[in-house]
Design a binder for this molecule. Structure first.
Ligand code: TXA
Ligand code: MG
Length: 348
């Protein structure tokens, strides 16, 4: 249902969506990051239905969305640092992992002793949360492993027939999912980079935020990072920032033999021959906002290989790109390999 960008609690679409949630049904709704697939977090059947609709691994827990920080203590223990971050960044793209209150349903905690919570910064999401009065469990509204949805149309592509209602509030502002910060351990730990940056968190906390090493990602503490993510049907290859335009031109000429491929570029100077599917993004932030939509659009055209220009490694979008990609080309590769060898590598 169309609900505009600023629906209030009395909007007919919001009323209908609240009824669906209250009856244990699933509703997709826009947030400032990506669209979420929401269900009543206190209803085991609704939570189970979310896992079934997404095809989500059973051990990967969900984020609970709230209208404000007031009801946090129903669900989690709230240390003072969490309150400080909540005051500073909520509503906003920050998820906090906190110690779960005893007695929460196992369908929600998935065997962990923590729970992830956030207050989204989107009028439609907030209207729905206020109207329903429920804590709403909501993962991104995509089939598991696919790029997250940033429009209602993307939700429909993945979940048509698997949910009751989609609230269409237009494209999402941020384009990638929230920052996930674990406050349940000795030291604050960044489980997923997002629009709220590590430096902002450190500044607000007055202490360093850890970034887990690769090996820790397989631990139960950050279940979501274990799975393959954000994958379009095509093979995604990152092109390092140090790769020269000359090397790129050479590669593109050799790639023309290679059927359906595309180039997602942030380079201004790259001249691409006609016939190549190229999408130019002006900046890291435009790349971030449009990435998931671009990946889906390439899929729609049956693209088999996507080259993507890397941006600064500190940009949160690079986390998504590293996980979506299966190879990364650097200038050194162009020095060590002949172009046909590079093309061969891109093919395999
Ligand atoms: O921006 C967002 O966060 C979006 C919108 C809809 O709010 N939601 C979202 O949910 O991205 P999802 O389920 O796609 O990603 C949640 C991430 C997963 O990586 C999951 O493993 C992690 O948060 N997570 C959830 N609960 C956790 C917990 N108790 N401990 C550690 N990680 C947790
Ligand atoms: Mg997701």
């Amino acid at each position: 249902m169309a609900c505009g960008k600023t629906a209030d609690e009395d909007h007919p679409a919001i009323r209908r969506a609240s009824e669906v949630l209250a009856a244990g049904g699933l509703v997709a709704f826009p947030t400032e990051t990506v669209y979420g697939l929401g269900g009543d977090a206190t209803c085991a059947a609704a939570v189970d239905a979310i896992y079934a609709a997404k095809g989500r691994p059973a051990d990967n827990p969900l984020i609970v969305h709230l209208a404000g920080a007031e009801r946090l203590t129903d669900l989690v223990t709230v240390p003072p640092v969490a309150l400080r971050l909540a005051e500073r960044f909520w509503p906003g793209p920050l998820t906090l992992v906190l110690p779960a209150r005893k007695g929460l349903p196992g369908s929600l905690t998935r065997g962990l002793n923590t729970l992830a919570v956030r207050v989204p910064d989107h009028p439609v999401a907030l209207a729905l949360l206020r109207r329903s009065g429920l804590p709403v469990a909501a993962p991104s509204a995509n089939r598991s492993g696919r790029p997250s949805p940033t429009t209602a149309e993307h939700v429909l592509q993945d979940l048509d027939g698997r949910l009751k209602l989609i609230l269409d509030g237009g494209p999402c502002r941020e384009g990638i999912e929230s920052t996930v910060l674990d406050l349940s351990r000795d030291r604050p730990t960044l489980l997923r980079p997002g629009a709220i940056r590590r430096e902002q968190l450190q500044e607000a906390l007055g202490r360093t935020v850890r970034v887990p090493g690769v090996s820790e990602h397989s631990s139960p503490a950050s279940p979501g990072t274990r799975y393959r993510h954000y994958t379009p049907q095509a093979r995604v290859v990152l092109v390092d920032r140090d790769v020269s335009d000359t090397s790129i031109h050479g590669m593109i000429e050799h790639l023309t033999q290679l059927g359906s491929w595309a180039y997602l570029s942030v380079r201004r100077s790259t001249l691409v021959p006609p016939g190549v599917r190229v999408v130019h993004r002006q900046s890291a932030s435009e790349l971030t906002r449009c990435l998931f939509a671009d990946l889906r659009e390439f899929d729609r055209h049956g693209v088999k290989l996507i080259l993507v220009d890397a941006v600064d490694d500190e940009e949160p979008v690079m986390d998504r790109l590293r996980r979506a990609s299966s190879d990364r080309l650097s200038q050194e590769d162009f020095i060590n390999l002949r172009l046909p060898e590079i093309v061969q590598r891109l093919r395999s």
